[in-house]
Every structure is written in structure tokens, then in C-alpha cells.
Design a protein around this ligand. Structure first.
Ligand code: NAP
Length: 455
């Protein structure tokens, strides 16, 4: 039995045991993978013994640099960025985060790179960008001294590089850099669970010529990725990096095995996604005009992800013991909206990953949009031309949609008013075609989210 372990502090939510077990199962390694929570002051006393006990160690925060004095040698990548995440039995240190990062195939060579943050991951991405031959690298970090320190170490490591390295020190400079950037790298935790509504840059500044890499993997996808895809740009998430750095570590520890990274990554992804949805719960909120298929698509989407489905209108009817048209008639639209907001907040804030379909009016109100952004929710709009929607609305049960009671003309006016709100507020938009079944539209949503179908 081969023994491997991860050293870090704290390690509560590590996905590494799950990933390494999946690799063991896929390639037939008889091994174990332990989590060893090691406070910084314990490192020097315990590392030599651990190197004897284990065939290989992974190292994470806060030990990636602290282990360097104990190692017998460093790989080129580890030396370049001055940090190690993998130690072999002979005490040599490697940095397989770089393998995970580079596996995205980002157009770093000749690119104009904008890098957010100046922590450990940002540092690795900065060194790899300059090493790959970036044309320019602009750093944006809320702590100016850290950005300056990173620039100094890059200049020291690459004295003859032609890469123009600079700092964007104001939000205006960030906005200018984003306009001319070809690659955006997020080195901050902004957008990470439990704040999935966050985005490290104003989504309206993203553009179709950007390739974005966001190492954050909980949630998968992040709002940054969805908004990049919404603008037509290319976006890569952190789950692939996480899986590929683990595969690369196993490759170092088991040099006799020829590991097929692509096949292994594809095999591991469904179990990881299931685990993330259970351990780091998020809501996927479907919005759109009446008739856009939110309930039908939502049900199938939830099935495909193996999570619950909630139709907000159904909850409102069940809890009030009456139909929505009757609620409109008895308490008026404003009374209905107050109950709707309150119920939506309760559902979007409760534990557990769920797909939630909302009535067409919910996101129209600014206070509801703010409430949604303060929850762990990603927003997907189902979009269709009015003619398609009217065909569906007008063939449904008469009187079941109070906002369509005025007939086609007033309903189209409402559509024209609401559609721009759906389009600008959503993190991603999918066309709900009549020629597609709900299952096909749900597949399109999954593709946009970059998630596998789990059932
Ligand atoms: P880190 O060393 O703590 O660095 C975080 C950086 O983000 C720092 O520059 C920090 O600025 C900045 N920052 C933190 N909160 C911010 C905020 N609210 N607004 C703006 N900037 C903020 O962290 P790290 O190890 O580099 O990790 C960064 C992210 O990468 C994490 O979310 C982690 O999940 C992800 N990651 C993914 C993988 C993977 O395999 N996919 C691997 C490693 C890390 P200050 O210096 O001013 O605090």
C-alpha cells in the first residue's frame, strides 16, 4: 500500500482525498491519501519524519514556501515561482499547480495579460505568464505594496524579458487595462463560495476578445466565467487545474505509470461536481418572461444535476392556499410582490443546492436583484422572441397569468420592458426554442455552466 498525504493548515474542506482516491480507482494504484493539518510551528519538527513515512507529499497554504529549506532540490517550475506543492520521496520539490494552470492552453505568448491579486496563485500565474512570453503583464491588487513586491521579483527573475510589467493602481486604470487585455487571470478569492454573487471585475467591462482563467472552483462555474461566456469570451474554471495538478503529482510519485490526464480528468469531474454541489451549496435561479419554460426546463436541469427543484410560484400557491390570479385579485400586485420577495429570499438563502424557477416579475425590481446578489445564487435567463412566447402563453389555461390578461399588445409592451432587465441582470442566457425539448434546453444550460450531466 502506497501512502500519500497533504500538509496544510487549515484543511477542513480539501477535495484532495476525493481526487486522489478517484485516480487510485481509475488506474489501479493501491494507495491511501491522508490530510495532515500542520500548524506552521510544527513544520520543521515533523517534515523529516513525514518524508520517511510517505511516498509523496502535497503541500498547501501556509507551507508552499516554508518547505523550501528542507528539500533536496527543486524542479524548474518550482524554482521559477519559489513555491512547492509536491514533494517526491527523494525530497525534491515540484510545482504541479503550474501544470494545472498551463493545461488550460491560455494564449499567454504574445498576450496582454491582466492579473488580479498578488497572493500565492497570482504569483505562480505571473511567473508562468512572463516565462511563456507575454507581451505585457498588468497587476491589479488592493494592497499596492504586494503588487510592487511581485513586480520586483518578476524583474529580478526575468532581467532580459521583453514583457512590459506594470501596475494598475486605480479602478480607472483597471478598466483601461481590461479593455486592451487579451487574457484575464483572477488571483483573488472574489466570487468564491459562500459569496458566489461576487465578481472580481465589473461584468459589463468583460468583452468577447478576452480569454479568462478563474482558479476558483467553488462554485463551478463562477460568475466571472459565466459573464465572460455571456459576452462571447472564452472562460476556463479552476476545477480542471485542481484535478490536473493532482494527476501530475501522481505522475511524479508513480513514474512507472503512463497517466492519461485528459481521460482521468473527464472520469473524475462528475464525482467532484456532485461533491461540490453538496459541500458548497448554490442556487441556480432561472429567470425569464412568462412562457419561457422556466419550470419545465428547471425540473430537468435539477434532475441532471441530482439536486432539488423549486418552482417559486408553486411555493407561493401552496403556502397561501390559493392561486396566483386569486392572490393578485385579493391583495393586489403590491401585496403579491411583498410575499414573493420574502419567499424568494427565504428559499435562496436556505441550505442545499437547488434549481429555482422564479416568476417573470421577481428580477424586475431592483431590491430583489440586490437580494439575489447577496445570496449564493447564479442567475440563468431563458430567452425567446415575443412571438414564440405569445404562442405558448395564448394556448395556456385562460386567466392563469394575470400579467397577460390585457391581451397580446400590452403583454408585448411588458416583454419589451422586462427583457433588457433579464438580459443585463443574468449571468448567462440560453435561448428557449420551441423546437427544443425541455431536456435539450437544460443541456444547453449545462453547457453554458460548464457542468456535466450527472444522471
Ligand atoms: P492568497 O495567497 O490568499 O491571495 C489572495 C489574493 O487575493 C491577495 O492578493 C489578496 O489581496 C486578494 N484578495 C483577497 N480578498 C480580496 C477581495 N475581497 N478583493 C480583492 N482582492 C482580494 O490566495 P491564493 O492561494 O493565491 O488563492 C486565490 C484563489 O485561487 C482562491 O480562491 C483559491 O480557491 C484559488 N485556488 C485555486 C486552485 C486550483 O487548483 N484551482 C489552486 C490554488 C488556489 P491582499 O493581499 O490585499 O489580501
Amino acid at each position: 500500500m502506497k501512502k500519500f498525504a497533504l500538509l496544510g493548515h487549515p484543511l477542513a474542506h480539501s477535495l484532495s482525498p476525493l481526487i486522489h482516491q478517484a485516480i487510485f480507482d481509475a488506474v489501479g494504484i493501491k494507495g491511501t491519501y491522508d490530510l495532515i493539518d500542520l500548524a506552521p510551528e510544527e513544520l520543521s519538527g515533523r517534515l523529516p519524519g513525514l518524508l520517511q513515512t510517505y511516498q509523496g507529499l502535497n503541500v498547501t497554504i501556509p507551507h508552499k514556501q516554508a518547505v523550501l529549506p528542507f528539500l533536496t532540490g527543486l524542479s524548474k517550475a518550482a524554482r521559477r515561482c519559489g513555491a512547492v506543492n509536491t514533494i517526491a520521496r527523494d525530497g525534491k520539490g515540484y510545482n504541479t499547480d503550474t501544470v494545472g494552470f498551463l493545461s488550460n492552453g491560455l494564449p499567454l505568448a504574445g498576450g496582454n495579460i491582466l492579473l488580479l491579486g498578488a497572493g500565492g496563485t497570482a504569483r505562480m500565474m505571473a511567473f508562468e505568464s512572463v516565462a511563456a512570453g507575454a507581451n505585457s503583464l498588468t497587476l491589479y491588487c488592493r494592497t499596492a505594496a504586494k503588487a510592487q513586491a511581485l513586480v520586483s521579483s518578476l524583474q529580478a527573475a526575468f532581467p532580459t524579458s521583453g514583457c512590459q510589467i506594470e501596475i494598475a493602481s486605480t479602478p480607472e486604470a483597471l478598466s483601461d487595462s481590461l479593455q486592451s487585455a487579451t487574457v484575464l487571470l483572477n488571483g483573488t478569492p472574489v466570487g468564491m463560495w459562500p459569496h458566489a454573487g461576487g465578481c472580481p471585475v465589473d461584468p459589463s467591462l468583460l468583452h468577447k476578445d478576452l480569454v479568462v482563467f478563474d482558479p476558483v472552483y467553488n462554485p463551478t462555474p463562477t460568475r466571472l466565467l459565466l459573464n465572460t461566456r455571456k459576452k462571447g469570451g472564452i472562460a476556463h474554471g479552476g476545477l480542471g487545474m485542481l484535478v490536473r495538478q493532482a494527476i501530475a503529482s501522481q505522475g511524479i510519485w508513480n513514474p512507472e505509470l503512463q497517466l492519461d490526464s485528459d481521460a482521468l480528468a473527464a472520469a473524475i469531474l462528475p464525482a467532484l461536481t456532485r461533491h461540490l454541489l453538496s459541500d458548497h451549496p448554490i442556487k441556480i435561479l432561472l429567470i425569464g418572461f412568462m412562457g419561457s419554460g422556466k419550470s419545465a426546463v428547471g425540473k430537468v436541469l435539477a434532475q441532471k444535476l441530482g439536486i432539488g427543484f423549486v418552482d417559486l410560484d408553486e411555493v407561493l400557491e401552496q403556502e397561501s392556499g390559493t392561486s396566483i390570479p386569486t392572490m393578485f385579485a385579493t391583495v393586489g400586485e403590491s401585496g403579491f410582490r411583498a410575499v414573493e420577495s420574502h419567499t424568494a429570499k427565504r428559499i435562496l438563502s436556505r441550505p442545499g443546492s437547488e434549481v429555482v424557477s422564479a416568476g417573470g416579475g421577481l428580477p424586475v425590481f431592483g431590491a430583489n436583484r440586490t437580494m439575489i446578489r447577496n445570496t449564493n445564487t447564479l442567475v440563468v435567463a431563458l430567452d425567446a422572441p415575443f412571438s414564440t412566447l405569445w404562442e405558448r402563453i395564448s394556448t395556456g389555461p385562460a386567466g392563469s397569468r394575470p400579467k397577460a390578461n390585457g391581451g397580446e399588445g400590452s403583454t408585448e409592451a411588458l416583454y419589451q420592458q422586462r427583457r433588457p432587465i433579464y438580459r443585463s441582470f443574468c449571468d448567462y442566457s440560453v435561448e428557449s426554442k420551441t423546437s427544443n425539448t425541455p431536456a435539450q434546453t437544460a443541456e444547453l444550460v449545462l453547457q453554458g455552466l460548464g457542468l456535466p450531466s450527472l444522471s
